[in-house]
Design a protein around this ligand. Structure first.
Ligand SMILES: CC(=O)N[C@H]1[C@@H](OP(=O)(O)OP(=O)(O)OC[C@H]2O[C@@H](n3ccc(=O)[nH]c3=O)[C@H](O)[C@@H]2O)O[C@H](CO)[C@@H](O)[C@@H]1O
Ligand SMILES: C=C(OP(=O)(O)O)C(=O)O
Length: 417
């Protein structure tokens, strides 16, 4: 298993090119299942989750042709195998996103239940209830969701919890249903909007994406299209926090500031100067960051996928901050690892109280999930001496070439195979 060895203490400076967004690419790859024509995607990130997703789609029968420019042609003309097996689903929860498209286009699907993971129980009941409201017959047997429908029917669906992939699954299913579907209390995340834009380019009739009410008028068929995946706002945020923590100056290019309002506001509150253009964000930090209180909530509020990184910043900040996690019940797995580096953190329920310390010290720590891993990299960048992060495979799920990108701006990170 790979490890990262990180020598802390350098100030980051320079430019980082941001990749396409994992959380937009995953649903959009599944949107390729909705048409018999070719869907061409650009700006596909090179990530473990993307190769897992392509393996799954290949297993179902999709032909996948990658080019050497981060582009891919998806051809789902014939799909012999309407099944997502446990072995693939267990490594990537977003595999549930094949359910809506397969059911809508072929009238059946069998998808392994994703189960729990390190950050919480993560049920998919709202995906299932929504599809049932559209007329699907669904039963669960031996850990698999078996779904059938002759043709899905439009419905008014209220989701009592805001769910990102739930909204995406139902939006894709509704695109080929008969009649009008209204998704109420829909997720407003930019990745939902990116998926909607791709579906619209494929001929879907969707209005309201980006608001909490999305209306989809089903069509009989979708056609081929070309779509460029939006930039990764969480990767962007991670490099900006790293710049702030190391009192550096970093410009993220090929990104979109308009997807990061809550994060940029918190970075400014921490004392950073943040300058944005249409596709760049430059952060300049001249002093030790001030501690900033964080409370995660669905978009446009502060994203749970940036919680761990801000926790890392608060560990070395000036002052005391609270970090409250409201989305996932178990997303503080990084805390005990940060404590091994010398952080002063106390947990009370879903709130962590972080008292900034003057310095962290390098140690051996273990990555437990994707963003926890990223937060340990950030902590290691400012820790005295060397930090070794074990089980780094989590980070490869969501960060393209992480050590190359960081080293290019002055970090000293080695991958140990
Ligand atoms: C691939 C992808 O896009 N992943 C993102 C997506 O995950 P994902 O879409 O899995 O997360 P959800 O938005 O569904 O989860 C939000 C909350 O709803 C609950 N819930 C969800 C579905 C359901 O059927 N029932 C239910 O109770 C979850 O347990 C959680 O407490 O949004 C999360 C919240 O922004 C992010 O952290 C993930 O990075
Ligand atoms: C939790 C995340 O991803 P996933 O939903 O794919 O597990 C994430 O991107 O931080």
């Amino acid at each position: 298993m790979d490890k990262l060895a990180i020598l802390g203490g350098t100030r980051l400076q320079g430019e980082v090119r941001i990749s396409g967004a994992k959380n937009a690419a995953l649903p959009i790859l599944c949107a390729g299942l909705l048409t018999a024509e070719i869907l061409h995607l650009d700006n596909l990130p090179k990530l473990k989750d993307i190769s897992t997703s392509l393996t799954l789609l290949g297993h179902i029968g999709m032909q996948v042709n990658l080019d050497d420019q981060n582009g891919v042609d998806l051809n789902a003309k014939n799909l012999p195998n309407l099944e997502a097996p446990y072995d693939l689903v267990k490594t990537m929860r977003a595999s549930i996103l094949v359910l809506g498209p397969l059911l809508a286009r072929f009238g059946e699907a069998m998808v392994s239940l994703p189960g729990g993971c390190a950050i919480g129980s993560r049920p998919v009941d709202l995906h299932i209830k929504g599809l049932q409201a559209m007329g699907a017959e669904i039963h669960i047997e031996h850990g698999y969701i078996h779904a059938k429908a002759s043709r899905l029917q439009g419905a008014r669906i209220f989701m009592d919890t805001v769910t990102v992939t739930g909204t995406e699954n139902l939006m894709m299913a509704a695109a080929l249903a008969q009649g009008v579907t209204v998704l109420e209390n829909a997720a407003r995340e930019p990745e939902v909007v990116d998926l909607a834009d791709c579906l619209i380019a494929m001929g879907a009739k969707i209005t309201g994406a980006g608001s909490d009410m999305i209306t989809i008028t089903g069509v009989d068929e979708l056609h081929g299209a070309t779509h460029s995946i939006m930039p990764d706002r969480i990767e962007t945020g991670t490099y900006l926090v790293a710049a702030a923590m190391t009192q550096g100056t970093v410009t993220c290019t090929h990104t979109r500031a308009d997807t990061l309002d809550a994060v940029l506001e918190k970075l400014r509150e921490a004392g950073a100067e943040v300058v944005t253009t249409q596709d760049t964000i430059t952060l300049n930090m001249k002093q030790r960051p001030h501690a900033v209180n964080i409370k995660t909530a669905p978009h446009p509020a502060f994203p749970t996928d940036m919680q761990a990184q801000f926790m890392a910043m608060n560990c070395i900040a000036d002052g005391v901050a609270t970090v409250t996690e409201t989305i996932f019940e178990n997303r503080f797995m990084h805390v005990q690892e940060m404590q091994r580096l010398g952080a002063n953190i106390e947990i009370e329920g879903n709130t962590a109280i972080v008292r900034g310390v003057d310095k962290l010290e390098g140690a051996i720590v273990m990555a437990t999930d994707l963003r926890a891993s990223a937060s340990l990299v950030l902590a290691a960048l400012v820790a005295e001496g060397e930090t070794t992060i074990e089980r780094i495979y989590h980070i490869d799920r969501g960060y393209e070439c992480i050590e190359e990108k960081f080293n290019q701006i002055g970090a000293r990170i080695r991958r140990i195979h």
